[in-house]
Design a protein around this ligand. Structure first.
Ligand code: URA
Length: 190
């Protein structure tokens, strides 16, 4: 990691901008390749992420990794994974709008450093925050939106796929659309 990304991470580790800082075990900053052309943004850490300080390491994360491996994407090789919220909301409740706002500056700086060409919002909450409040994951998943020169897509959260396995082929189709877009616009070797 470059010095500036490390210093951003150190700064975020000490954040006390919202009350979630009082109940967290660990700040979950994100993980992956700092120069990735594809950035995944989830919702918020759960219990296992809070324990380990790493994003998407529970059951949802295992499913996400499995889906992404089908299109040759790996967090240790060619993508970065972060969340809208860096600290676990108690009982895994949805992050409150004020918590999302308090954390927004961290994500914005992460995006600036990574400078991805493609952002994938994993789940409804991330897509609403990032693409727009009116975003409907059931009808708008897999569609591309342009934002500040980047292409942004929303797709189903793996927790939704675990609850409703019928959605898995639909989410896989979104992965194929992502693969096509990577082949079209990304320059690194994938
Ligand atoms: N769900 C998320 O949205 N993010 C995580 O890091 C883990 C589960």
């Amino acid at each position: 990691m470059s010095e500036s990304f490390i210093s951003l991470q150190k700064e975020v580790q000490c954040c006390i901008a919202c009350p979630l800082s009082q109940t967290r075990k660990n700040v979950v900053f994100g993980m992956g390749v700092e120069t990735a052309e594809v950035l995944f943004i989830g919702e918020a850490p759960g219990a296992q992420e809070d324990d380990q300080g790493l994003p998407f390491v529970g059951r949802s994360g295992q499913l996400l990794d499995k889906l992404l491996s089908c299109i040759d994407l790996y967090r240790d090789k060619n993508i970065y994974i972060a969340n809208i919220i860096k600290c676990r909301p108690p009982e895994n409740r949805d992050p409150l709008p004020e918590e999302q706002s308090a954390c927004a500056k961290h994500l914005a700086r992460q995006i600036e450093y990574i400078n991805p060409k493609i952002i994938v919002c994993v789940g409804r909450i991330a897509a609403k925050r990032f693409i727009g409040e009116d975003f409907k994951v059931t009808t708008e998943h897999g569609k591309w939106f342009e934002q500040n020169g980047r292409l942004v897509m929303g797709t189903f959260h793996p927790a939704a796929l675990l609850r409703n396995p019928n959605l898995k082929p639909v989410a896989f189709d979104d992965c194929l659309l992502l693969r096509d877009k990577i082949n079209e616009i990304c320059t690194h070797t994938y």
